[in-house]
Design a binder for this molecule. Sequence first.
Ligand SMILES: [Zn+2]
Length: 514
Amino acid sequence: MLTAGALCLRRSRDYGVASLQLFNTLTGKIEPLEPVGAAALRMYACGPTVYDYGHIGNFRTFLHVDVLRRFLRQQGVAVNHVMNITDVDDKIIRNATAAGKPIKEYTERFEKAFFEDLEALAIERPEHQPRATEHIPEMVTLIERLAAKDIAYRAEDGSWYFRIAKYPDYGKLSKKDFEGIEDGARVDVDEYEKDTARDFALWKSVKASPDGVREPHWETALGPGRPGWHIECSAMAGSLLGEGFDLHAGGEDLMFPHHENEIAQSECATGKTFARHWMHVRFLLVEGKKMSKSEGNFYTLRDLLLKGHRASAIRYLLISVPYRHQMNFTFEGLAAAANTIDRWRTFHQRIVRGGFAPGANEAVRGATAQAAKEFTAALANDLNTAEAAAAISEMVRAANSAADAGTLGEENAAEILRVLNMFDDVFAVLVDRDAELTRAALKWAEAEGRSGEASPELVAKMGLSEEEIETLVAERTQAKKTRNFARADAIRAELLAKGVVIEDSKDGVRWKRK
Ligand SMILES: [Zn+2]
């Protein structure tokens, strides 16, 4: 028996294997992305800081990294992907203190929510998901290596800093020019102003708050304290992927100072190139504006699900604009994405249902092969998701018209199905889990006392579980058999009011949610 992976390989080989050409922020060029020195491509993507629920800007980055790993696998490239969980930083300490909770207890629920959100968006789990607090010794070792070279130094308060003046390449990723930086000017917050270079904190000594309670800290050879944010990624990437790996990815907002600092720390400690290839996913605007709580256009995934938007449409919309383009997230766009998915799912069902005449329509056969070729070529060209989806839409259009005209053959259906599977290996929108995911979001809102945030239409529509619908459908069938048409009609109307449409066909009764 073939495994799913083998099937997927065979599929893509049938249509040619393309090597991925990906823009590299470090060199400013589009270059082939291939594993070097290991069987699997070693990649690191900065993960979430688990102090709150993830917003759609965060998920745009995670989704494009998901597209990348899915496409690589389709092309026969295995990946060894690390995504860290930042479970200690300034914001976490501030929020946990305000909530009167230990940081572990505070971060646990947001970490759990983050993984649920990944699952809802069909984002695959990376091979490794290390928590920063579980890799403190590696961070200490890295800082000690820098201290031995006099690149890390200890300030009067016991904190350790990275001396930028010792690293002439500082700025090579973000292409910022730091000529004449002030040697020894320091900053101890995890994120600092753009366009200024400061010695940044590697290790922050423990401070007592005004009421005398000491912040969360670790007793180490560097003194009592906690790691800076940047050193977390350098240490976890180095220890899980080795000194020097293939690809580092993240949102464009992390390029400076975070990624610049990761490079500085790692390359000074090891003397080797930290990551050969850098991928940055661009910003997202919401309704034409920068997303912010004060603008009222700030959305977490959960906010959107509670407004009645479907997880699949959110996934599709966020990946449909190629990662290097700024995308404008609009509700109109989200509705259009939902319509596109409906069209694809209906088409997929039509093909699966079959009933076509033997043989093949040669024009459709040509269009199908062309779509597969264009799909792979578009993704291989710097992950052009827009062109890849357009190629599939074109095939759907051609095949639908042939099916309408009764000229689609059985052989066409088999070929189309293979291309749809190939498409869905990367886009992952054909399997309908939307109602189930929305139901889970409603359940979460109820548990959190936030049911009021759910749209009333959604609550009414999701009022029935699958079992309840099945029971009503069976009761209606029984009513029809006993010629109790009034009851049968009443059930149909009740279901319709709750967003469930019944269709009677020669194969029996089918139902679907509106
Ligand atoms: Zn990072």
